[in-house]
Design a protein around this ligand. Structure first.
Ligand SMILES: Nc1ncnc2c1ncn2[C@@H]1O[C@H](COP(=O)(O)OP(=O)(O)OP(=O)(O)O)[C@@H](O)[C@H]1O
Ligand SMILES: [Mg+2]
Length: 313
């Protein structure tokens, strides 16, 4: 197949899936920002820094999509589901996208916090429909992002939330159990709050393969920094950074996630944009610029925490 034919096919597929979701939206209510599909996510495992073990595990699960018979050859059914768990901003969404990309699967991104906030206790029926679509248009990674939102804690007082959530999870599990092994549909949940995930969801045959996505250690932080640097330079089409002195950087980066690192780099670049706009001299981003950015970012995080805990209210 030529490149053009492949593009045509992809485009037709995108249209078909969009039409299906528009119809679903007409029946249930607008799904914009709640469910998004990507035919071929443009992220690879090489774009994810650190997380060697999580990447290796997910590369294995990609077989469930690309070659389910590899499991049958050993007398077992391919996995149906995986749960990615770990602190916010550690690359869970990115990993899920990379998994879909590596096995040429369609990526269905279900944002459960937004979805349950709009559809509340009726989210179950909608989730069943979405799973049905994924089973029709596949191979598919059905990404249940913010799986803790199924607890409905953000919507209802505890006793009602527990009851409604149990019903919601039961209706999802009923559909999950019906996914035939080898269907080339992998359900990937993601959460930063394992305490709020219903045990039914991770029962055998469901999202029963657990993958930890931990905060990066110093080596992984360095890798993430380098990856993000390379990406921004590629996007800008020019070199933007001086050589970084990691001996100075790493000690002040303890506990920072990939999302934090991405943010300090963005802020350092933003400072350059503002200086340049005022006609001030700007060199490439230096270690000192990044240290300054880390300092400012930590102060901002401090204010955000105070707002969250009501100290400024
Ligand atoms: N290990 C990593 N390698 C490269 N980039 C990362 C990594 N971790 C996080 N990032 C960057 O940080 C940002 C957030 O990542 P992502 O959305 O994948 O995190 P998450 O774990 O899904 O977060 P949340 O729990 O808040 O949903 C993205 O811009 C991503 O590029
Ligand atoms: Mg995420």
């Amino acid at each position: 197949m030529s490149r053009l034919e492949a593009d045509d096919l992809r485009w037709a597929l995108q249209r078909r899936i969009e039409d299906v979701f528009v119809k679903l939206g007409e029946k249930f209510g607008d799904l914009t920002g709640r469910v998004e599909t990507e035919i071929r996510p443009s992220v690879s495992f090489d774009d994810v820094g650190g997380l060697q073990q999580a990447k290796a595990q997910l590369r294995g699960f990609a077989l469930a999509l690309s070659d389910p018979d590899a499991y049958r050859a050993w007398g077992i059914a391919p996995p149906r589901g995986v749960l990615l768990y770990g602190p916010p901003g550690t690359g869970k969404s990115k990993l899920a996208r990379a998994l879909a990309a590596s096995s040429s699967a369609i990526f269905y991104h279900v944002k459960l916090l937004n979805l349950t906030s709009k559809f509340g206790v009726n989210t179950g029926e909608l989730l069943q429909e979405i799973l049905r679509i994924a089973m029709t248009e596949k191979p598919a990674v059905l990404f249940l992002d913010e799986a803790e939102a199924l607890s409905l804690e953000h919507l209802l007082p505890p006793p009602q939330a527990r009851e409604a959530s149990a019903r919601l999870v039961a209706s999802l599990c009923e559909k999950l159990d019906a996914v035939s092994p080898g269907a080339r549909v992998l359900v990937v949940g993601s959460t930063s709050r394992t305490d709020a995930v219903d045990a039914e969801l991770v029962a055998p045959g469901r999202l029963d393969h657990l993958v930890e996505v931990a905060l990066p250690d110093a080596e992984a932080q360095r890798e993430i920094l380098t990856l993000i640097q390379a990406r921004t330079e590629r996007d800008a089409g020019r070199s933007l950074f001086d050589a970084i002195d990691y001996r100075k950087m790493l000690p002040v980066m303890g506990g920072m996630s990939g999302a934090d690192i991405s943010e300090i780099i963005r802020r350092a670049l933003e400072a350059k944009v503002h200086r340049a706009a005022q006609g001030e001299p700007t060199g490439p981003v230096s270690t000192d610029d990044l240290l300054e950015s880390i300092d400012a970012y930590k102060r901002v995080r401090g204010v955000v925490e105070k707002i969250r805990y009501g100290q400024y209210l």
